[in-house]
Design a protein around this ligand. Structure first.
Ligand code: ZN
Length: 535
């Protein structure tokens, strides 16, 4: 499996969160109980280490330990698609019946919210409140298939009742699930989904990606002249929270997908990356646009989304738009978005902070800053500082104070089961962490203990499980010596060893050997002393 597929799979089981390092994610450890994430995953090397319980290894081994079957492909049975498609027909018919009566509450809801226009293009339907209605409509299918469709509970109780239905499609346009929207404010929650199934995992799904692709492939459009403005909109891919927001963009010819919650998962970022690659085949300068709500609560969520996106997608193709306060995206005419400035992620984030009145709490801003990868955070701090005039010196000082204390607090705890911190281990860790070139160690590598030498010179997948575990632990090991100092220290150790071996040989040496040995000894000693001077 590809790296990204593995990560996507992992993120359906674990809540992976960004860290201040771009190549690392963290999560609550699935192997011991904890409330603060201490399990770190390096997504370049595809290894993990839990600083809480000490478990470590490759992502593949982690998935296996979680009981995930890696080799068996998902079984996509045609029949489950048939069930879902038949359900869609039934829901649509139900809605058509309702729309005939102007007094009907379902009709009134769609009219009041200005959503009648979405009914035909997106095949909206209505799930009636009667318990057996859907079951009867699908009576030709065996109960086992009905359960696999995600439409019912185990006791065949329909999950969507008295709700507007929104069919959700896979990348080939086949229905894999439904969302259900309440038709009154009293009905809670506002949205629910059909169950997770083999075809649909909510955390690994982007609603409307099929429809979005159609927009930039121009397939939805009859041959007609498009204006420059309409053409420019097609190079954007909006990422929004709400189903109706996405529909609003799509119906106006603008590609958009819906993430169905505030927190973007890594699996969704993987899908976005694929979508973007496809998008770029049609528009070289395609961009992904995140919509920000400019309220204090939105700031942290926005930071998390940006940090999550930048783990796989370059910031240069990410744009941010900040919505005027107090309204949902689908309440603005589409031309409003043409005129809203598109910021790069860093300036967009700063802009959002400056626009919130009153500004969000300094601690909240510091927490949000903490999520950004290192190099982005540095730019952010600089730009934030440049807005001193708007935000005030006292406010900024508080933000940076919080940031400092948060960074100190989140500094990684040392491993619970320390391994031997000899020089060779430290050097090995430095090479594995990419802070030291193997070449720099040169001949010294021969002196390394065999197990460490193997770690340095063998590809990860050819190591045994225990060796992979050791590799992962070293990859996350904190070490205190600078790479140059490591080399010097190793050289010194090596010279010292040479001296000792000469001294041992001196005792049993013959007359003839003695002369050669003492010369060797002198050279080794002066080598050693010169190193000692430097180090
Ligand atoms: Zn653990």
């Amino acid at each position: 499996m590809e790296r990204e597929e593995l990560l996507a799979l992992l993120s359906t089981y674990l809540d992976l969160q960004p860290t201040y390092r771009k190549d690392e994610l963290k999560t609550l450890c699935p192997f011991h109980a904890e409330t603060q994430p201490s399990c770190y995953i390096n997504i370049e090397k595809m290894i993990y280490h839990c600083f809480g319980c000490g478990k470590a290894g490759t992502v593949t081994s982690m998935l296996r330990d979680l009981g995930v079957q890696l080799d068996s492909e998902r079984t996509e049975t045609v029949s489950v698609f048939e069930v879902l498609s038949a359900a869609n027909d039934f829901f649509r018919q139900q809605l058509r019946n309702r729309l005939r009566d102007p007094q009907d509450p379902v009709f009134a809801f769609l009219l009041r919210t200005d959503r009648l226009k979405f009914v035909e293009p997106f095949e909206l339907g209505y799930a009636p409140p009667e318990r057996d209605a859907l079951l009867n409509a699908l009576s030709r299918f065996p109960p086992e298939l009905l359960k696999q469709s995600g439409l019912f509970s185990d006791s065949l109780y329909p999950l969507l009742q008295n709700r507007i239905t929104i069919p959700l499609r896979d990348e080939r346009g086949r229905i894999v699930a439904f969302a259900g929207r309440a038709i009154s404010d009293e009905q809670k929650p506002k949205f629910i989904n059909t169950r997770n199934t083999a075809l649909f995992q909510k955390r690994a799904f982007l609603a409307f990606s099929y429809e979005a692709v159609q927009r930039f492939m121009h397939q939805d459009e009859p041959a007609r002249e498009t204006s420059k403005r309409e053409e420019a909109r097609k190079k954007l891919l909006y990422v929004v929270e709400g189903y109706f927001d996405a529909m609003h963009f799509l119906i106006n010819g603008v590609p958009a997908v819906c993430v169905m919650s505030t927190n973007l998962t890594l699996a969704q970022v993987t899908l976005l990356k694929k979508l973007h690659a496809q998008h770029r085949k049609f528009f070289k300068d395609a961009e992904i646009v995140l919509l920000f709500d400019s309220d204090p609560a939105g700031i942290e969520a926005a930071a998390t989304s940006i940090a999550m996106l930048t783990t796989l997608i370059p910031p240069s193709v990410l744009r941010v738009q900040i919505l005027p306060q107090g309204r949902d995206p689908d309440q603005f005419p589409i031309s409003v978005f043409d005129n809203l400035k598109r910021f790069d992620p860093v300036s967009g984030f700063i802009e959002a902070i400056c626009r919130v009145k009153p500004p969000p709490s300094p601690e909240r801003v510091a927490r949000a800053l903490l999520i950004f990868p290192d190099e982005m955070r540095k730019t952010l701090s600089r730009m934030l500082d440049a807005r001193r005039k708007t935000l005030g010196t006292a406010y900024l000082r508080l933000v940076f104070n919080f940031l400092g204390s948060l960074i100190r607090r989140t500094a990684r705890r040392p491993p619970s089961k320390p391994f031997s911190f000899d020089l060779y281990t430290i050097a090995t860790a430095a090479v594995i962490q990419g802070k030291l070139e193997l070449d720099q160690l040169g001949e010294l590598v021969d002196e390394f203990p065999e197990n460490l030498r193997k770690l340095l010179t063998t590809p990860l997948e050819q190591l045994t499980r225990t060796e992979q575990e050791q590799y992962a632990k070293l990859a996350f090991m904190p070490y205190s010596l600078l790479p140059e100092e490591i080399i010097k220290a190793l050289l010194k150790a090596s010279k010292k060893r040479k001296l000792l071996s000469i001294i041992q040989r001196l005792d049993s040496a013959s007359e003839e050997e003695l002369l050669a040995l003492s010369k060797e000894f002198d050279e080794a000693l002066s080598d050693f002393l010169s190193l000692t001077d430097q180090f």
